[in-house]
Each structure stands twice: as structure tokens, then as C-alpha cells.
Design a binder for this molecule. Sequence first.
Ligand SMILES: NC(=O)c1ccc[n+]([C@@H]2O[C@H](COP(=O)([O-])OP(=O)(O)OC[C@H]3O[C@@H](n4cnc5c(N)ncnc54)[C@H](OP(=O)(O)O)[C@@H]3O)[C@@H](O)[C@H]2O)c1
Length: 282
Amino acid sequence: MKVLGLGGFNVVVFLLSILVLSLAYLLYHLENSDPGPLPISSMSQDINNLRQVYKALNKSCFILGASGETGKVLLKEIVQSQIFTKVTLIGRRKLTSEDATHENVNQEIVDFDKLDEHAAAFQGHDVGFCCLGTTRAKAGEAGFIRVDYDYILKSAQLAKAGGCTHFNLESSKGADKNSSLLYSRIKGQVEAAIEELNFDRYSIFRPGVLMCDRQESRPMEWMARKLLVPVASLFPTVITTPILVLVKAMVNNVLLPSENKMELFHNKHIHELSKLEETKAK
Ligand SMILES: NC(=O)c1ccc[n+]([C@@H]2O[C@H](COP(=O)([O-])OP(=O)(O)OC[C@H]3O[C@@H](n4cnc5c(N)ncnc54)[C@H](OP(=O)(O)O)[C@@H]3O)[C@@H](O)[C@H]2O)c1
């Protein structure tokens, strides 16, 4: 029994080693795979110069979802960089943080179920950032579709009608309008529906699992993030995206002049684009 037990243990260790090595090989392969060129030219651009040029254009922006994990970091980055003359937060509740009450920041409280009645909130912004979203676990299937499709699409429609020329959507890795998975399908469908609105410039960001200390309790997501910490340090661009990396990529992208009608940033692009500042600082 004892010998058989030891033999069994060895087999389990052997199989586990194979599994870990295969996983490591797969992650290594994905880390080094090519998602295609960055949809925008970021080379030979000086970030400080770009900021000054952009600032001189006196543009305004709105943020949807500024109370969320991405939105609040994005708001901080935008307030600190001072690239917009006016920033409007469009949300369902008033925010009281230092950034949200900054002198250049204005808040519009709306009822997302009656967005048509709040068309004025969407008027006159050059750039829009959408970091809105919920989860199926929190809102149920219908609630998830309502927020992640209906609210986002309606907001984009009102923004377009209100004169917004550059719409930035925080979507997700795996977004695919034909997917059998609800989350990926809705993300893909809303991406596609917004493309039809024909913004002058439309930037889609598809981050991986957002690495942050989420205030809201989401036990499954918390556990996944903990398990992903070692993966993130060895293979940073495969599954995970630190929120600051995403936000820096979104802001850097706005600063970069582009002729693109539509830009799709995969996770690896997001990591690359976020380093614009770092590269220039060297
Ligand atoms: N979590 C991830 O790892 C991950 C990965 C890739 C992509 N994404 C996507 O990235 C986006 C942002 O994610 P996040 O984790 O930063 O978001 P978050 O922290 O969950 O914040 C979501 C934002 O949406 C607002 N919101 C949610 N339900 C709403 C409702 N019923 N009515 C009005 N506003 C509502 C929230 O407002 P309140 O504060 O008022 O609730 C908040 O401002 C989402 O679309 C998400 O699917 C997430």
C-alpha cells in the first residue's frame, strides 16, 4: 500500500509538473505573440510637447463611470495633466472626492433609464470616455445588458448628437459580438453598435483583468486577482492590466494626433501605449 501510495504521489507530481510547464509555455507564447502594430504612431513624440499642444486646443471632455475603479483613476490623471479646459462627470450620483470637486470639474447627475431627458448633459464635449459597466453577478443578466449595452450605447448616441468627436470606450479582452458568452458578446455588440455612430475618432480599449484594490466586495474577482499576481509579474500583458496602465494609455492616445476613424487597442497595445511617458522620460 505504502509503495503504491508513493507511486501514486509521484504520478500526481509528474502530471502537475507537466501541467505547470504547459501553462508556463502557453503564457510565454502568448506574452510573445504579436497582436499587430499599435494602431497609432507613438514613436518620436515628446509627451510634454504633446500635452502643451493639446492643451492649447482648449478641449473639453466627459467621463461616464468616474465613480468606478477605472473612472476615478482616469479622472485623477486628467485633472493632474490639465489637458482639458473642462471635465464633466456624467453619473447617477454626486461625487465628493478632491478630484471630482476640482474647479475645472463639473458634475451632471442623470437617470440612466431616462437618458433622453438628459441630452443637455452630453452637449458640447469634444472627447468622451466611457468606463461604465456592471457585472452579471451584481445586476443579473438583464441588468448587465441594460448597463453595458443600453446605457453605454444611448450615452454614445447623445454624445455624438451633442458634438463629441472622439469617443473612448473601455471594453474588455475577449469582446466578440458573436461569442456564446454573454459578457464577451455584449461587449462586442456595444463596440460594434457605437462604431456605426460614425464618430470622427473612436478608440476601443480591451484590457485584461483589471489589477486594483477594488472597494466593492467581489470575492471571485478578488481571488482571481490574487492568483494572477505571479502571472502578472512574469507575463504582464497576457491576462492582466493594472488600472494606471490602462488610464495612461487612454490619456496618451488622446494626445497623439491620429487620422484613424477607429482604433482597437488590445491588452499588449495598452501596455505599450502607456509607456509613452516612461520612454520619453529616459
Ligand atoms: N473588472 C475587470 O477586471 C474588467 C476587465 C476588463 C474590462 N472591464 C470593463 O471595464 C469597465 C469599467 O470597469 P471598472 O471595474 O472600472 O468599473 P466599476 O468599478 O464597476 O465601476 C462601474 C461604473 O459604472 C457605474 N454603474 C454601474 N452600474 C450602473 C447603473 N445601473 N447605473 C448607472 N451607473 C452604473 C458605476 O456607478 P456607481 O459608482 O454609482 O455604482 C461606476 O461608475 C466595465 O465596462 C467593465 O466591464 C472590467
